[in-house]
Ligand binder design. Sequence first.
Ligand code: ADP
Ligand code: MG
Length: 714
Amino acid sequence: MFKDLNTSVQFLKGIGPKRAGLFSKLGIHTVEDILYYFPRRYEDRTNFVPISKLQEGETYTIKAEVLAKGQHDSYKRRGFSITEVAVQDQSAKIFCVWFNQPYLKEYFKIGQSLILYGRIERYGSRLQINSPEFEIVSSEKNEPHPSLESIGASKEGRGESLNIGRIVPIYSLPEGITQRYFRQLIKYALDEYLPKLNDFLPFDIRTRNGLFNLAKSLVNIHFPDNSDMQKEAYRRLAFEEFFIFQLPLALRKFKKREKLGIAHKVEGESTKDFIGSLPFQLTGAQERVIQEIKSDMASPKVMQRLLQGDVGSGKTVVATIASIMAIQGGYQVALMVPTEILARQHYKSIKTQVSGLKVQGKQLSIGLLTGSASEREKKNLCQEAKEGKIDLLIGTHALLEENVNFSNLGLVVIDEQHKFGVGQRALLPKKGVNPDVLIMTATPIPRTLAITLYGDLDISIINELPLGRIPVRTIHFTENTRNQAYSIAKEQLRLRHQVYIVYPVIEDSYALDIAGAKKMYEQLKAGEFKEFKLGLIHGRLKQKEQDEIMLKFKDRGLDVLVSTTVLEVGIDIPNATCMIIEHAHRFGLAQLHQLRGRIGRGSAQSFCILVSDTETPEAGSRLKTMVKYGDGFRIAEEDLKIRGPGEFFGRRQHGLTELKIANPLTEMKLLKRAREEAIRLINADPCLGERQHLGLREKLLQRFPQYHNLVMVG
Ligand code: ADP
Ligand code: MG
C-alpha cells in the first residue's frame, strides 16, 4: 500500500481535532510536517551522571527519584513562590528549584522517577538545579498520557526505549504536548510511513556527496543510534533544504542563458564626457564595476547584475553611467526607486549632472513619474515614453503601472532593490524586449552567501568609499547623558552644518513609552533648539509637503530636520553631519546602518548619536555593533549572527525562511555543493522531466508553487 506523506495529521491515530489544532500552530499539518519537525536538541541518556559527581556551573542530564517536595513563599518578594523537590539516585541527593510554578508541587509524586536537565548552581553551601527541564519516566499511578495508548503505541514504545537508554530527541513543544507523547507519535509516523518512502533526491547526487537516503536520515535525525549518525542525518537533510532552495535559482540562471538581449554600443564620447565633467574622480571600485557592467552590456546576452555597495559608496553615478551607455546607442532607460523622495532626488541630481552633456548631438531628456503626479502629467509622460521621446524615466513603482510603456527600453535599473519584492522586481524588464537589468542594494551580505542567494544574478561589489570620507563617529548616550548629545548637535549647527533627529514613530506612544516626532518637534523648537530653524517630516504628510521640506533642508533653509524613517533610504545631503537617533533600540541593525548612511557623505567629521536606555541583551548588542563597526558588510554579518538568516533576509525576499535546519552561515560548504549539484542537474534536465527526477519536480512545486512555469515551459 502506498502511503502519502501529505496525509493530514488528523488521520494519525490518537490525534483528535484539539491536538490537530495545537499542531497546526506549530506549522504541522501533514505527516510529512511531523517527520520534518526536527528536534531542538538531543540528550544522551545512555549513561546518566551520578548526582555525587555533579559539578557547579555545568549542565547535566540526570535520572533520579522524587524524595520529598515542598513549597514556600519568598520572604523577599510577596506573591512569589518557590517549589523545591528533593531527588536522589544511588549516589546522592540534590534539590531542584522552580520559581512561581506552584502547580508543580501537585504534579510530582514521591517515588516517581524523573529525568532532569539543567545547570548546577550553588545556593549558599548547597548545590541545586534551578528550573530544570524534566520528564516523568515512570510513576505508580497512570501517567497523564492516556493518548499514548490510543495511538497504538507499540510494545517497545510503551516501554522506555524511546525515552531512556539512548540519545533522546527534545522538541520545542507548546503546553499540552509532552515530549514523550511527541516522541511516540514520531516513532509511529516513522514506522508507518518510512518503509514505502521514495527518496526524491536523485541517487547519483546522493552517491557523489555521500548522503544518507531519506528514510535513514529521518530515522536518525529523530532517534539517532549515536552522534555520528545524527550528524550524517543532519547533513543529508540540510543538503536537501539547500538543494531545493537552489533549484529555482539554477533554473532561472539556465533560462537566462538561453535568452538573447541587446548588444549595447558601450563605447562612445558621451560616457567619457560625462565622467570628465564630474566634480570628483571615480573610485577604483567604481571604475571596476563600471567595466563589469560595460562588458555585460556590450554582450548580446541579457545582463542580470546585482550591484552591492555600502551606503554612500556612490552607486547612483555608476547607474547614471550605465544609463548613458544605453542611451547613446538609442535605447531608453527606466530607473525605479522605492520612495518618492528618492525618485525626486535622483531626478534632480542626475538632471544637474548631465545638464551640459550632449548625446548624439542632443540634450538628454529625463522624466520623473511618481504616484503623486497629476493624471495629466502622467498621461503626457506615458505618451512621451511610448514615443521614445524620453531617454531616462525615473520613478517609483508607479513605473510598473500598465499604461507605462516604452518604444525601446534597453536598460532597467532598480535602486534599493531590497525594498521591492521579487515579483515587483521582475515586472519592469517586461516592458521591453529582454533589456539589461542592473539592480542595486546597500544591504550587504557576505559574498559567498550573496552568490548562493542571488544565484541567478552576477554580482559587482563597490568595496571602497570615495576618497576623503571620514568615518562617522557613533556614540551611545542614555537619557541621563542626553545633554551631551544635544551639545554635539549644536556644535555642528554652529559650524553651519545640519542635523537630523530621528524618532521611531510619528505620534507619542504611551503603550511603548516613547516620544513621537510630532510632539518632539514642537518641544525642541520651543526649547532646546530655539535659536535654530527646525523642520518636521514624516510619512503622513502629503508627498508635496514632504518634498518641499526636503528641498528646504537641502537648500539650507532648515538647520534641523526632525523626522521618522522616511529618511531611511538613499537621501543624500552632504552638509548634514549629525544624526540623533532616539529610542535607538527600536530599530534593527540594517535600519540603523541605513539611517546613519545619511550622514558622513561630505568631507567633514560626522556624528551619529544613539539615544537609548533599554538594555535587553539583543538591543544592547545591536547598539554595540553600531558603535564598533562602520562597515556595512561587517554589520550585516553581526546582524546575521544576532537574528539568524530567516529573520535577517525577511520573508519577502527569499525562500530562506523555509530553511528549518540548514544554516547558510555555518554550512557554506554544503550550500555550495548543493548549488553546484542544482546547476548540474538543471543543465542536464532543465524541465526535470526525466523519470528519476519526477519526485524532485513534485517536491519543488510543492515548496515553491510559483515556479510552476519555470519547469513546465520547456
Ligand atoms: P549610495 O551608494 O549610497 O547610493 P550615492 O550614489 O548617493 O551613494 O553617493 C553618495 C555621495 O557621494 C553623492 O553625493 C555622490 O555625488 C558622491 N560621490 C559618488 N562617487 C564619488 C566619488 N568617486 N568621489 C566623491 N564623491 C562621490
Ligand atoms: Mg543610493
